[in-house]
Ligand binder design. Structure first.
Ligand SMILES: [Zn+2]
Length: 64
């Protein structure tokens, strides 16, 4: 299970499943409906992390 972490701007990053059934857009408008979550960084600033959802259900298999 491979995930890509991509920064699309200074304050926005995406985690995107690689080799998924669809091609994800690095945008909140992606068809999988990623929701931005605020993440505090070490320097005290906050960035937005958009966790994309894989359409092959790999998250469910990773849950123990
Ligand atoms: Zn997506």
């Amino acid at each position: 299970m491979t995930w890509l972490v991509a920064e699309t701007s200074e304050h926005t990053a995406h985690t995107v499943p690689l080799d998924d059934l669809i091609v994800h857009e690095l945008a909140q408008a992606c068809v999988c409906g990623p929701q931005p979550v605020p993440v505090a960084r070490g320097d005290g600033s906050v960035c937005w992390l958009l966790s994309h959802h894989s359409l092959d259900g790999r998250e469910r298999r990773e849950v123990s």
